[in-house]
Design a protein around this ligand. Structure first.
Ligand SMILES: C[S@@+](CC[C@H](N)C(=O)[O-])C[C@H]1O[C@@H](n2cnc3c(N)ncnc32)[C@H](O)[C@@H]1O
Length: 403
């Protein structure tokens, strides 16, 4: 199977605190010219997977089950047919058609739970089992019970991309200090995303002494970037370095999911100015035009390629919005296409033309429905504003505390 192993990838594993929502701020601040990349607190590797490959790469995390899963991914079986999924695609479709809850279908949840409870010997099943635990369990903590029914067919179908990306990557599970000391050098770049203050209960064994960390970082030959929550204490401990405050919107950066921003810091031992300016220019020239579709805006906000496709399942994972709401918006899009073709945009130009009623000249049904999902996620006022067609879904999301 062929794979372009230098293209940015999204995290394969779900992990609480993953850096996807901050990618837009992080990527322009990554220095150029390093030949060794070290990520001592890799988690799901959102940053690692977004960067181009360099000669030497080391990813590390103290969480042993997570690191075992990364190792399984590196040597993964590529053929999805070799994975003993708890149900086949057709069984999945039949079960979903009985109880249309894609995210919390009880029958599927219990089948996934039984799969996860088994002691697996085949490496591909161990990998799948871990994937279910971290992505179908609670908030990507990687432990606890299964409660989401996503089948994970799509992720497993993409295993080869990740496998190729990891071919020359060293994967370890040690305390970060050991890893930093071992791999320091003039051409090394460290990206550090440690547990934040007050996040101890989220990660096993996570007790970080930030004073020790600042001391270790002050002795580096290489460059480092550290992302951390903003507090007076943190600013004081790291005051000898360059500190850049950034506002990070809620999980998922765009539109209605951007409620509740938090303050974070990017701390580096190199000046951001020049590199940042240079990279920003590149970002401007990366093909994002002035008038973007809602999908393109979404991709831009979250640091994906301009036209990168996402299915509803992925969008639900990325935004934390249960898939039933996205299904609802999607189904409304399908309904609008069927009953109100005048409102659908033209196939080639993406422009409105209410005079054209020929369906074949309009965007296909599914594309139109997905466009509605993206526009909803972007908070399009014509859609979610008071009295507008999807306002009720927005209200339900707010009232149930999801956003
Ligand atoms: C904020 S998360 C990293 C998230 C990651 N940037 C991502 O995009 O998914 C912090 C990670 O540090 C790991 N960790 C905690 N203490 C550690 C230590 N002393 N050494 C190495 N890793 C540690 C945790 O297991 C957790 O995965």
């Amino acid at each position: 199977m062929s794979s372009n192993n230098d293209k940015p990838l999204k995290p394969f594993f779900c992990r609480i605190g993953n850096k996807t929502p901050m990618m837009k701020q992080i990527l322009p601040c990554i220095p150029t010219g390093y030949t060794t990349y070290v990520e001592p607190f890799v988690g799901s590797g959102a940053v690692f997977l977004s960067l181009p490959k360099v000669n030497k790469e080391i990813i590390n995390d103290l969480d042993k089950p997570l690191i075992n899963a990364w190792k399984l991914l590196k040597t993964a079986v590529v053929d999805p047919n070799k994975y003993d999924f708890p149900f086949s695609k057709s069984e999945y479709d039949t079960i979903i058609s009985k109880e249309k809850k894609r995210d919390t279908n009880k029958e599927l949840v219990s089948m996934i739970q039984s799969f996860v409870n088994k002691k697996h010997t085949k490496p591909q099943n161990k990998l799948l089992s871990y994937l279910y635990v971290c992505c179908n369990g609670f908030a990507g903590k990687g432990r606890g019970n299964i409660y989401k029914s996503y089948p994970q067919f799509n992720r497993i179908a993409k295993v080869n991309d990740y496998k190729m990306r990891l071919q020359n990557t060293t994967i370890t599970s040690e305390d970060y200090k050991k890893v930093v000391k071992k791999h320091d050098g003039l051409n090394t770049f460290f990206f550090l995303d440690p547990p934040y203050e007050k996040s101890r209960e989220l990660y096993k064994n996570a007790v970080i002494d930030y004073i020790d960390m600042a001391d270790l970082l002050s002795k580096l030959q290489g460059k480092f970037m550290l992302t951390i929550n903003d507090s007076e204490k943190i600013r004081d401990i790291f005051k000898q370095f360059n500190i850049t405050p950034v506002k990070v919107k809620g999980q998922g950066n765009a539109g209605i999911i951007g409620k509740g921003s938090r303050d974070e810091l990017i701390i580096t031992n190199y000046k951001l100015g020049d590199e940042e300016k240079q990279e920003k220019k590149e970002i401007k020239g990366d093909g994002f035009s002035a008038s973007l579709t809602w999908k393109q805006k979404f991709n831009k906000e979250l640091g994906y390629d301009k036209d990168e496709p996402h299915d509803k399942e992925e969008l639900s994972d990325i935004t934390g919005i249960p898939i039933k709401y996205l299904d609802e918006i999607y189904d409304r899009g399908i309904g609008a296409w069927e009953t109100n073709i005048e409102s659908v945009r033209m196939k080639d130009t993406f422009k409105k033309n209410p005079n054209v009623k020929t369906r074949s000249r309009k965007l296909p049904k599914e594309q139109w429905a997905m466009a509605r999902v993206y526009s909803f996620l972007g908070g399009n006022p014509k859609q979610v504003g008071k009295g507008k067609p999807d306002h009720d879904v927005l209200v339900e999301l707010v009232e149930s505390g999801i956003i």
